[in-house]
Ligand binder design. Structure first.
Ligand code: NAI
Ligand code: MG
Length: 366
């Protein structure tokens, strides 16, 4: 098989961390016989500087044509003054929207060597490996009607009302549920779906439709349901009870930020956004670290490349079906951390000598 990949390093530390991923790709090509067709292009401020837009139509067309997009980070102080329409993050939003990436995947994985960085006790998080699947293109952040209106009914102090609408169609729920079940099949085979069916109509529909997809299409995957408030409590009480958590846009926003704190540094957190299957059966997909362009450390060789490397491991697993290579790459990260190799963001209070971005990449490849 040949795998096509569009690499968009972006701004700030984006190109620095992406250079380390390219080392991994080259190694897999040379030593595991994998054939990657890699194209690099501009996004964000870098694209604005060259073309006056944060994402050109030509780049968008390339993104539509490849198996997977790998993105570094966009933005920086230099671009804060730009009009909204050409701001760097608009390039990211255009990619997500036009690829219709409705399933956002945020793993929370706790490497033993970093368990003391967690907000929770080591005993609670050691060995943690869960995946939150958040619906990304619908729900209360997009539902109509929305807006702030005058509401002068006589007894409303201030005279205004703010409205958002939580709205989910059965089709929107079913497609993201399918993603979650497919992912669970490649993991430990368990999905826990979270909503508030006790107080929300959309929650009742969410529960019924996820159950329908389970019963009709994925009877072998275990499905449980939990109210999202209890779910968040369970996530910090006993996170290892979960495998895949499936939830809507709003609850997923909260759950995934809380889950991030279970695992430590921002420099460690990968993500993926998946859409519908393409003609070749692979899902439309974009992989990116959770962190931004980190202008405070850009250009200094200090950035931790692991979030971006683990994002590529997700591409291996979820786009290319190379689960064994993904496992090997994650094991290499784990081993390097266990050997005490640390970028500056992973230094404890007792200090030590941090390695550079490039050294961390070299150690992982080695
Ligand atoms: P940030 O994630 O860039 O940085 C937050 C803090 O974490 C900084 O102190 C930074 O040095 C550190 N950090 C982040 N990634 C790191 C890594 N790999 N290794 C070591 N340290 C790391 O978030 P911030 O400062 O809020 O935003 C900076 C710029 O990035 C802004 O222009 C923002 O709009 C953009 N941004 C872009 C995102 C994206 O491309 N997906 C996401 C978040 C922010
Ligand atoms: Mg959030």
């Amino acid at each position: 098989d040949r795998y096509s990949l569009l690499i968009l390093p972006g701004d700030g530390i984006g190109p620095e961390v992406m250079a380390e991923v390219v080392k991994v790709i080259d190694w897999l090509g040379a030593h595991r016989g994998m054939a990657f067709d890699v194209t690099q292009d501009l996004v964000g401020g870098a694209a604005y500087d060259a073309h006056g837009v944060p994402l050109t139509d030509a780049t968008m067309a390339k993104a539509q044509a490849v198996d997977a997009v790998l993105l570094g980070a966009v933005g920086g102080p230099k671009y804060d003054v730009l009009d909204f329409a050409v701001k760097p993050e608009r390039g990211l939003l255009r990619l997500r929207k036009e690829l219709d990436l409705f399933a956002n995947l945020r793993p929370a994985q706790c490497f033993d060597a970093l368990a003391d960085f967690s907000s929770l006790k080591r005993e609670v998080v050691a060995g943690l490996d869960i995946l939150i699947v958040r619906e990304l293109t619908s729900g209360v952040y997009f539902g109509e009607p929305r807006g702030i209106h005058a509401d002068d009914n006589g007894d409303n102090e201030g005279g205004r009302v703010g409205i958002n609408t939580q709205r989910y169609t059965s089709g929107e729920i079913r497609r993201v549920a399918r993603s979650a079940f497919e992912l669970a099949k490649k993991r430990r085979g368990k999905v826990c779906s979270m909503e508030k069916a006790n107080v929300m109509e959309s929650g009742i529909l969410w529960r019924e439709e996820t159950q329908w997809v389970h019963d009709n299409e994925f009877p072998d995957v275990e499905l449980t349901h939990m109210y999202a408030d209890n779910g968040l409590m369970q996530l910090v009480r006993q996170p290892r009870q979960f495998d895949v958590i499936l939830t809507d846009n709003l609850f997923g926003d909260l759950l995934s930020d809380a889950a991030a704190m279970l695992t430590g540094s921002l420099g460690m957190l990968p993500s993926a956004s998946l859409g519908a299957p393409m003609a070749n059966g692979r899902p439309r997909a974009m992989y990116e670290p959770v962190h931004g362009s980190a202008p405070d450390i850009a250009g200094q060789g200090k950035a931790n490349p692991i979030a971006c490397i683990l994002s590529f491991a997700m591409a291996l697993r979820y786009s290319f079906g190379e689960g064994a290579a993904a496992d090997a790459l994650e094991a290499a990260v784990e081993r390097v951390l266990a050997e005490g190799v640390r970028t500056a963001d992973l230094m404890g209070p007792d200090g030590g000598t941090p390695v550079s971005t490039a050294e961390m990449g070299d150690r992982i490849v080695a």
